[in-house]
Design a protein around this ligand. Structure first.
Ligand SMILES: NC(=O)c1ccc[n+]([C@@H]2O[C@H](COP(=O)([O-])OP(=O)(O)OC[C@H]3O[C@@H](n4cnc5c(N)ncnc54)[C@H](OP(=O)(O)O)[C@@H]3O)[C@@H](O)[C@H]2O)c1
Length: 224
């Protein structure tokens, strides 16, 4: 936790439910958070709303254009839809060089039968990010955490494990610490980037579970 106190957490696509939800929890943990958006004023409005909602229970959240948020962040979370993933990362690459980039994107499709995992040329969204961001350290995490729970002010504890994938120990340790900063959450190292596909794809199973059982299912790993 102490290693996170002097770091800025930037959240690209931070105006959506998942980005806002993660921002809420990190701000409640006292961390410095900046939301990014394709439109700066949209991020500023979302940040002001969140800061107002948290009041004295969290640190102030700021908003900026994605490029400025990326430049400000020490850890930069990518929380955009799969459709815009590659394009956004190519555009922001100069701002992300030298940083830890945490990819949270699930390449999923939906049809009449429900959710399903898409095939990704690079193997996974996390590996696609690493292929584009050759001068960043890319970690995959927070794929299986429900936005509904993250955004619910009545939920005090997010009781789930966060599977953290990456090839650089220092970076995966840092992202595990970020997950650990949220009450109830635990970061668990889950393998190298080449194993990210099945973690991203697992979200399709969780959505199917949620639909059947009217739940907000998450993952817990036993015996660790
Ligand atoms: N929702 C969940 O429960 C959940 C759970 C786990 C993981 N995730 C993953 O988190 C990511 C975001 O989920 P979400 O539900 O928050 O999605 P979302 O609301 O559809 O998108 C998040 C934000 O991304 C930006 N965006 C939209 N299209 C874009 C594009 N083509 N290029 C760049 N930015 C774009 C938008 O912000 P601006 O218009 O402000 O730029 C939007 O507010 C997804 O990859 C999803 O798989 C979601």
């Amino acid at each position: 936790m102490t290693e996170l106190q002097d770091k800025t957490i930037a959240i690209l696509g931070g105006t959506g439910p998942q980005g806002r939800g993660l921002a809420r929890r990190f701000a409640q943990a006292g961390l410095t958070v900046v939301l990014g958006s394709r439109a700066a004023e949209k991020a500023e409005a979302a940040a002001a709303e969140l800061t107002g909602a948290l009041g004295s229970t969290g640190s102030a959240v700021t908003g900026a254009a994605n490029a400025d948020a990326a430049a400000a962040g020490d850890l930069v979370l990518v929380v955009v839809p799969w459709d815009g993933h590659a394009e956004l990362l190519r555009e922001l690459k100069p701002h992300l060089d030298g940083k830890v980039v945490v990819d949270c994107v699930n390449p999923l499709g939906f049809d009449k039968q429900g959710p399903f995992a898409l095939k990704v040329e690079e193997g996974s969204a996390t590996e696609q990010a690493a292929a584009i961001l050759t001068d960043s350290t890319v970690v995959g995490a927070f794929h299986n955490v429900s936005a509904v729970l993250l955004e619910d002010p009545e939920v005090d504890s997010i009781d789930t494990d966060v599977l953290v994938l990456g090839d650089e120990r220092e970076a995966t340790d840092l992202v595990q610490a970020l997950a650990d900063a949220v009450p109830g959450m635990r970061g668990v190292y889950a393998g190298r980037r080449r194993n990210a596909h099945q973690v991203e794809a697992l979200t399709a199973n969780l959505i199917a579970i949620n639909r059947r059982y009217k739940a907000h299912a998450g993952v817990r790993v036993t015996d660790v």
